[in-house]
Design a protein around this ligand. Structure first.
Ligand code: SAH
Ligand code: SF4
Ligand code: F3S
Length: 482
């Protein structure tokens, strides 16, 4: 669905298109320097998309800028997961509105999940916006910009069944040169009743494994030491040669599932660390666990969001597993990978009709697992989701917040408990950057994804060091290089 809306006052000064820009460059005329500023919100996949958008824009001759005040074009790559995320973006648009009053030629584009959710409605609600583009429409951005140059507003919120941007080499933004993210799939086929993602990201599709391995190898050759494979549900990664092109059939016509993909990436080099997120309790297999065990360079950390510890609520959430199934998966992780594999989670408090006892089930499940860390939220009804259509949002905000604070307090206890298990141990740490608190200290992460802070000494960002852990709090380990 592509729609264009004529603006009331077409802006003549914008009538130079990106093609004019390229033509100007071709003819060796002074280039029209247009700068694009990209601001990203939401999950890691969205940040990863911003790197694809950057690559598309650079190819069109735009220069990336990290200063929004000097931009000719502002893209805000948005999240729609909770109402608060959308409010943050609306407030940000007010700031950009001020900037546009001073610079009427400024183009403002809203991209990503909020753009996909609200579509053309966003243009009506937020007059400052010129472009609305959903997550599968980024190849179309040059054309959309051209339309705005012609004096129109432009929208593309078409969701694709095939787009994976596999051939686009992302421009790494805010990179430390050590760690990077690679999207291995897009969309989600699960219909968790609370979740907007299937509506904003469309059908699940897996990216060609050949292009994933190539991208990882390039990063390794550039000196990167760690990659994180990203998907809403990595365990359902499934690529079959039927979606391959002639040049990409490299796996003896075999289907590549997630365990195989993990092994293919881990085989690049033993010093190249591999992480992944997010795992789904209904889909994670023992084969994946055995693959993690078989490779020292596959990090020992699994993000396995539970959402609730109560089976009735899990059913209402349409998570398709119950408490007993989840516990069985935790037991399998502990049996196959041992107690030192970190496990983290996402939790939602106050989902529709949740009782006090059902909330307590979440707390007791937490006691059973003792998560290393968690992302914790209270339920935010999202228009159009199954829950919004079927179940009243009947837990008061006060109760949602109180339950959330109990979950957070428990998580803090468990985070501290898990971190204390590392005390007096020697941990291999990949140095990522200066510590936030002091330029005399580095911070890096161990295999379990724990942040480790230690004095710099003679070491360098991007190297592995063995750190003797001497202290910790619920969030961080502290130590000294041995
Ligand atoms: N694909 C991942 C989750 C992606 S969204 C998975 O299945 O685990 C990240 C997290 O946001 C979810 O795990 C959930 O805890 C939270 N979330 C999603 N929708 C929400 C909503 N409507 N209200 C509150 N939290 C929500
Ligand atoms: Fe949302 Fe569920 Fe898909 Fe995760 S698995 S993105 S929570 S629908
Ligand atoms: Fe991610 Fe938010 Fe979209 S969590 S998939 S950016 S709704």
């Amino acid at each position: 669905m592509i729609k264009n809306i004529q603006k009331e006052t077409p802006n003549a000064s914008r009538k130079r298109s990106t093609q004019d820009l390229l033509n100007a460059c071709d003819r060796n005329l002074p280039p029209l320097h247009r700068k694009v500023y990209i601001e990203s919100y939401g999950c890691q996949m969205n940040f990863s998309d911003s790197e694809i958008i950057s690559a598309i824009m650079e190819k069109q001759g735009f220069t990336l800028t990290s200063s929004c005040s000097e931009a000719d074009l502002i893209f805000i790559n948005t999240c729609a997961i909770r109402d608060k995320a959308e409010q943050t973006i609306r407030n940000r648009l007010l700031d950009f509105n001020q900037q546009k009053i001073k610079h009427p030629d400024l183009i403002i584009g809203v991209l990503g999940c909020m753009a996909e959710r609200l579509k053309i409605q966003l243009l009506e609600e937020e007059k400052v916006v010129d472009i609305v583009a959903g997550p599968d429409a980024y190849r179309d951005l040059p054309r959309l910009i051209h339309q705005v140059d012609q004096g129109y507003k432009a929208v593309n919120t078409f969701l694709s069944k095939e787009e994976t941007y596999a051939d686009i080499e992302p421009v790494r933004l805010n990179s430390n040169g050590v760690t990077a993210f690679i999207s291995i799939m897009r969309g989600c086929n699960n219909m968790c009743s609370f979740c907007i993602v299937p509506f904003t990201r469309g059908r699940e599709r897996s990216r060609d494994p050949h292009s994933i391995v190539e991208e990882a190898k390039k990063l390794f050759d550039k000196g990167y030491k760690e990659i994180t494979l990203l998907g809403q549900n990595v365990d359902s990664y499934n690529w079959t040669p039927t979606n391959a092109t002639a040049t990409t059939v490299i796996h003896n016509n075999q289907t590549v599932h997630f365990a195989k993909l993990l092994a293919m990436v881990a085989d690049i080099d033993p010093s190249f660390r591999v992480r992944f997120s997010t795992s789904h309790p209904k889909d994670i297999t023992d084969e994946v666990l055995y693959t993690i065990k078989a490779y020292d360079n596959i990090c020992k950390h699994i993000h396995l969001p539970v959402q609730s510890g109560n089976s009735r609520i899990l059913k209402l959430m349409n998570r398709t597993y119950d408490r007993a199934w989840y516990i069985q998966k935790i037991d399998a992780i502990r049996t196959i990978l041992g107690p030192s594999c970190a496990i983290s989670s996402d939790m939602i408090s106050g989902f529709c009709s949740e009782t006090e006892e059902e909330h307590t089930d979440t707390l007791t499940l937490m006691d059973y697992v003792k998560y290393d860390f968690s992302f914790m939220f209270y339920y935010s009804e999202r228009p159009g989701t199954l829950a919004a259509r079927k179940y009243p949002d009947d837990v008061s905000e006060e109760i949602k917040r109180r339950r959330l604070s109990e979950i957070i307090a428990k998580q803090r206890e468990h985070g501290l408990f898990r971190n204390q298990q590392h005390l007096h141990q020697v941990q291999q740490v990949l140095i990522e950057k200066d510590s936030r608190k002091s330029p005399d200290f580095f911070q890096g992460r161990n295999s379990q994804n724990k942040i480790v802070v230690f004095p710099k000494g003679i070491h360098q960002v991007g190297s592995y060091v063995d750190v003797h852990i001497t202290n910790c709090n619920a969030a961080t380990l502290f130590g000294e290089v041995c």
